[in-house]
Design a protein around this ligand. Structure first.
Ligand SMILES: Nc1nc2c(ncn2[C@@H]2O[C@H](COP(=O)(O)OP(=O)(O)O)[C@@H](O)[C@H]2O)c(=O)[nH]1
Ligand SMILES: [Mg+2]
Length: 441
C-alpha cells in the first residue's frame, strides 16, 4: 500500500539532501516532484496544488536549525501536512443513543456487507456492544445469504426478511426487534448499484429518514482512485454522511483517494479495510497513515495488532512447556495459527520501517505453512504430543497421508527438534551462564 507514493516522495527529498539551506529555488524543485508524486498517486490536482503551496510557505518561513538538514525539515513539514490533509486526528463513531444505529451507503462491490460484519465484530469484541446486523440488500438473495454467513462466522445475529422487498420496512422492523430483544447496536447493510442512480439514492434517503441513524458511513473501494472522490461527493450531497470507510487498502492501490476525500467532502475517514477476513479492519489514524506514506512505517498499528492476537496466558503456558521440554506439535500448530490470524504476512511486514521497500519485490508465500500444517494434521494425537515416537514407518505414513514426501517430513521434524532445543536454552539459561548460545546479529 502506498509504495509508489512513498518511493517517489523519497526520491524528491533526495534532491534537497546535499543542500545547506532551504531556498526558494531548491524547495520549488523538490515540491514540483512532490506534487507530481501526489498526482501520480491519484490525488486530486486541486488538493495536490494546495498541499504543495502550503508546504512551500511553511518551509520558506522556517529558520533552518543547524542540527536539522533541510531535507529532514521538509519531510517533517510534508508529514505534518499530510496528516492534516487526512484529518489531523482520529475521529470516533457515534454510538448513541441506545440502540445506536449505523447505516451503510456506497456502490455495489465497495465492501459494505464485508465492512458491516467487520464493524459488528470490532464493536462487539472491543467495545462490549451487542450488535444486530440487518440485511437491507433485498435485490439479490445471495446478498442476504452473504450477511448470514458472515454473521455466523463472528457469532452475531442477522435480521432479514427474504420475502420482503421493502428495505425501509425491513430496517424499521429490525429496529423494533432490537428494542424488544435488547440489542444496543443496529448495523444496517444496504444495496448498491454499479453506478450512482436516482432510485438507489431515493431508497437510501428513505431508509435514513425512517430510522434516523446516528451514524451514516460511506463505504468506498480505495482502488477506484479519482472515481472514489466523485462518488463520495455525490453521496455526501444526498446523505450528508458522517464518515468514510476506505476498503481494499491491502490491494495495489495508489492511495490518492485517502488523501483527497477528506479535503473534497470534508468528512473524516474513520476506518480502513485491509483484507477479506473479519479481523482486517483498522481505525484510521491520519498521523500514522502519514508516517506510512513517507515510509516511516506504522509501528504503532503493528504492535497493537500483534498484541491483540497474542494471548498472555497462552504465552506463559507455552513458556512452562518449553522449559520442561514438552513443547510439542500441538503447540507448534497453535503458533502457526496465531501468525496466520495476524493477517497477510506481507502487509504486516510492510509496516516495519525500512522493510516495506525491501519487500517490494519479494513474494511472501502465504502457502508456506500449508505443507507444514498438512504434515502435522496427518500425525496421530500421540505423535503430536510425543514427537519422539516418530520412527521411520510412522514418518512414511505421514508423508503419504499429507501428500508430501518423506524428505519433507524428516526436514520438518528436524527443524522442530532444533527449534525446541534452541527455545529451551533461551528460556532456561541464566544471563551470563555458559548455556546461553551466542546469538550473532
Ligand atoms: N482485499 C479486500 N477485499 C475486500 C475488502 N472489503 C471487501 N472485500 C471484497 O470485496 C468484494 C465485495 O465486497 P462486499 O462486501 O460484498 O461489497 P458490497 O457489494 O458493497 O456489499 C468481496 O469479494 C469482499 O470479500 C478489503 O478490505 N480488502
Ligand atoms: Mg452487499
Amino acid at each position: 500500500m502506498f509504495e509508489n507514493l512513498s518511493e517517489k516522495l523519497d526520491r524528491s527529498f533526495k534532491i534537497l539532501k546535499g543542500e545547506g539551506r532551504i531556498t526558494e529555488i531548491n524547495v520549488a524543485e523538490t515540491l514540483k516532484d512532490v506534487r507530481k508524486a501526489l498526482l501520480d498517486a491519484d490525488v486530486n490536482y486541486k488538493v495536490a496544488k494546495q498541499f504543495t503551496d502550503t508546504v512551500k510557505e511553511k518551509a520558506l518561513g522556517q529558520n533552518v536549525l543547524s542540527a536539522v538538514k533541510p531535507g529532514q525539515l521538509l519531510v517533517k513539514i510534508v508529514h505534518d501536512e499530510l496528516a492534516l490533509l487526512m484529518g489531523g486526528t482520529a475521529t470516533d463513531i457515534n454510538l448513541k443513543p441506545t440502540p445506536a444505529i449505523i447505516l451503510m451507503a456506497g456502490l455495489q462491490g465497495s465492501g459494505k456487507t464485508t465492512f458491516s460484519g467487520k464493524l459488528a465484530h470490532l464493536l462487539q469484541t472491543k467495545r462490549g456492544k451487542k450488535p444486530l446486523l440487518v440485511a437491507g440488500d433485498v435485490y439479490r438473495p445471495a446478498a442476504i445469504e452473504q450477511l448470514h454467513i458472515l454473521g455466523e462466522q463472528i457469532g452475531i445475529p442477522v435480521y432479514s426478511e427474504p420475502e420482503n422487498k421493502n428495505p425501509v420496512a425491513i430496517a424499521q422492523n429490525a429496529l423494533k426487534e432490537a428494542r424488544l430483544k435488547g440489542y444496543d447496536l443496529v448495523i444496517v447493510d444496504t444495496a448498491g448499484r454499479l453506478a450512482i442512480d436516482e432510485q438507489m439514492m431515493e431508497e437510501i434517503t428513505a431508509i435514513k429518514k425512517a430510522i434516523q441513524p446516528g451514524e451514516i458511513l460511506f463505504v468506498v473501494d480505495a482502488m477506484t482512485g479519482q472515481d472514489a472522490v466523485n462518488t463520495a461527493k455525490e453521496f455526501n450531497e444526498r446523505l450528508n454522511f458522517d464518515g468514510v470507510v476506505l476498503t481494499k487498502l491491502d490491494g495495489d492501490t495508489r492511495g490518492g483517494a485517502a488523501l483527497s476525500i477528506r479535503t473534497i467532502v470534508d468528512k473524516p475517514i474513520k476506518f480502513v479495510g485491509t483484507g477479506e477476513k473479519m479481523e482486517a479492519l483498522d481505525v484510521f489514524h491520519p498521523e500514522r497513515m502519514a508516517d506510512r506514506i513517507l515510509g516511516m512505517g506504522d509501528i504503532v498499528s503493528l504492535v497493537e495488532r500483534a498484541q491483540e492476537q497474542y494471548d498472555e496466558e497462552e504465552a506463559k503456558r507455552l513458556q512452562k512447556k518449553i522449559a520442561k521440554n514438552q513443547f510439542d506439535f500441538n503447540d507448534f500448530i497453535g503458533q502457526i495459527q496465531q501468525i496466520k490470524k495476524m493477517g497477510n504476512l506481507k502487509d504486516l511486514a510492510s509496516m516495519i520501517p525500512g522493510v516495506g521497500k525491501a519487500m517490494k519485490n519479494i513474494d511472501v508465500d502465504e502457502n508456506a505453512f500449508k505443507n507444514i500444517e498438512a504434515i502435522i494434521y496427518s500425525m496421530t494425537p500421540l505423535e503430536r504430543s510425543n514427537p519422539a515416537v516418530l520412527n521411520g514407518s510412522r514418518r512414511q505414513r505421514i508423508a503419504v497421508g499429507s501428500g508430501t514426501s518423506i524428505q519433507e517430513v524428516n526436514k520438518l521434524i528436524k527443524q522442530f527438534d532444533e527449534t525446541r532445543k534452541m527455545m529451551r536454552m533461551l528460556t532456561t539459561a541464566k544471563p551470563g551462564s555458559k548455556k546461553l548460545p551466542s546469538l550473532k546479529r
